[in-house]
Design a protein around this ligand. Structure first.
Ligand SMILES: O=C(O)C(=O)C[C@H](O)[C@H](O)COP(=O)(O)O
Length: 214
């Protein structure tokens, strides 16, 4: 599907593929080949976490050199993170939790955001600020499938991207829920494969992830 990266919405990010890879990059040299491998495997919405000092440079490189990919920034914890991510070329953001400061900053910047939530109060805060597409983090640790099922009642208008403890073996159960549009996970971008430059393995893991039914 053709994408206008400058008019992207959080729902576009969630619907593009069943899995959003949660990427941790320690070496800028890995950014472009990793992004190319994921795109070759059919996954183009890429969450590069701001957990390493190299992350922003990696986002910048992916945005410039892999136009078929959509570089996003994960681990957005402040307005400054959102601003820096946008400047680096990120087209969307993902946060591990939610504050109104982050929500408002992303809205002002025009950066689509998937805010992280783990409780009903956090969902209500995010909804008050206009966010209906949310990341459920850490999904397994914070209640997993039963929690998402419980939220279908009071929060039937919210769509979730559960992340944290999801893998090839349990992703389908999450994707089958009516309030789940996609899942997030690091399993398709294993640390050892990145360190070894085993891009073929990552391409294969991505391809398998695109086959997950939802
Ligand atoms: O860094 C962030 O901003 C996060 O929110 C954390 C990640 O989403 C999870 O660490 C992914 O969980 P796993 O797939 O179990 O590895």
């Amino acid at each position: 599907m053709a994408l206008n990266q400058d008019k992207l919405t959080a729902l576009d990010v969630m619907r593009d593929a069943p899995v959003i890879p949660v990427i941790v990059l320690h070496d800028v040299a890995h950014a472009v080949p990793l992004a190319r491998a994921l795109v070759a495997g059919g996954i183009r919405m890429l969450e590069v976490t701001l957990r390493t000092p190299q992350a922003l440079q990696c986002i910048e490189l992916i945005a410039k050199e892999v136009p078929e990919a959509v570089a996003g920034a994960g681990t957005i914890r402040s307005a400054a993170d959102a601003q820096a991510s946008l400047l680096a070329g990120a087209k969307f953001g993902v946060s591990p939790g939610y504050t109104s400061a982050v929500g408002k900053a992303c809205r002002d910047l025009g950066l689509p955001l998937l805010p992280g939530v783990a409780t009903g109060s956090e969902i209500m805060n995010a909804q008050e600020d206009g966010y209906q597409q949310l990341k459920f983090f850490p999904a397994m640790q914070a209640g997993g499938l039963p929690m998402l099922k419980a939220w279908q009642g009071p929060f039937g208008d919210v769509t979730f991207c559960p992340t944290g403890g999801i893998h090839a073996g349990n992703a389908v159960e999450f994707l089958a829920l009516s309030n789940v549009a996609c899942v997030g996970g690091s399993w398709i971008v294993p640390t050892d494969a990145i360190q070894q430059g085993d891009w073929a393995r990552i391409e294969q893991l991505a391809r398998e992830a695109t086959q997950l039914s939802r």
